[in-house]
Design a protein around this ligand. Structure first.
Ligand SMILES: [Mg+2]
Length: 281
């Protein structure tokens, strides 16, 4: 190109990027929701950046790649941002050199370890609570004493229960409530709807506010957090919310979709971006 030639197309529109909840949006129990594979295919074809955003801190990003892979959906570990990653990002920003006593599973332990957080059961800065099915009363008792001695209580997410194929099971929020009740101290809750999770996920994708779309099935977490931080919020009706429930909320989603299939079909009609636009993402 002639360097004296005016560059009229300097500001090109950037494509949207998506933050996608998993349970009730991509899968339900051990079954993929129709349209999930097609949605991911279209996002890849159109170079729309995306992250799966989950409040579950139990699994690592690589575990989630395997889980979705078994269901037939191919994704990279780079496409996942869990409440465990969010907690690690938060703690290291609050206190770059810190230690934690952790009640949780591999996903949380590895995220904190990768962030350089030391595990300490004597005088940790934080007691961190996440998803887990192997917690013992002995560990809870230890956590109570550490909190009573000055460690700050942090929960990876506020969900008090988690859906499973066999019915609900207690979630992180329920365990945090037990520790709050036993110590009289309040936990700080990360995960959705805490705006910190949406903000760090958006930054990971290098997106601006108006380019970012959250797709979720739960009003209290996915839609509320998205509305509060000012990004677009697409509600899908394949999970915990029915169309008639919307009248009960002061905040509303930007769009309501029957399922991710609607969006996949919409994107299937979109034209692929020019190569230089794709490179800019
Ligand atoms: Mg969900």
């Amino acid at each position: 190109m002639n360097p004296t030639e005016p560059q009229l197309n300097h500001f090109k529109p950037m494509p949207n990027g998506y933050l996608i909840d998993m349970d009730g949006v991509i899968y339900k129990g051990s079954k993929l929701i129709p349209g999930a594979i097609e949605l991911v295919e279209q996002l890849k074809r159109l170079n729309h950046p995306f992250l799966f955003l989950t409040n579950n801190s139990e699994r690592t990003a690589k575990d989630l790649v395997s889980k979705l892979g078994h269901l037939g959906l191919k994704a990279s570990w780079k496409n996942f941002y869990t409440a465990a990653h969010c907690t690690a990002d938060f703690l290291t920003r609050q206190k770059p050199v810190c230690s934690a006593f952790v009640i949780g599973e591999g996903g949380l332990l590895i995220a904190l370890q990768e962030a350089g957080i030391a595990f300490d059961s004597i005088k940790p800065d934080f007691v961190v609570v996440g998803e887990g099915r192997s917690v013992s009363f002995e560990v809870i008792e230890k956590a109570v004493r550490l909190i009573a001695n000055g460690s700050c209580l942090v929960a990876t997410n506020p969900d008090t229960w988690c859906p499973t194929e066999n019915g609900p099971r207690p979630g992180t929020g329920a365990l945090a409530a037990l520790l709050e009740s036993a110590t009289g101290k309040k936990a700080y809750y990360l995960g959705k709807p805490n705006p910190f999770m949406f903000l760090t996920a958006r930054h990971r994708l290098g997106l601006r506010t108006l380019q970012t779309i959250m797709i979720g099935d739960t009003m209290e977490t996915d839609i509320r957090g998205a509305v509060e931080i000012g990004i677009q919020a697409y509600l899908v009706l394949t999970g915990s919310t029915k169309q008639e429930d919307l009248v009960n909320y002061a905040y509303q989603p930007t769009r309501v979709l029957n399922s991710v299939q609607d969006l996949a079909m919409e994107l299937a009609g979109a034209v692929e971006p020019e190569p230089e636009l794709a490179k800019a993402v």
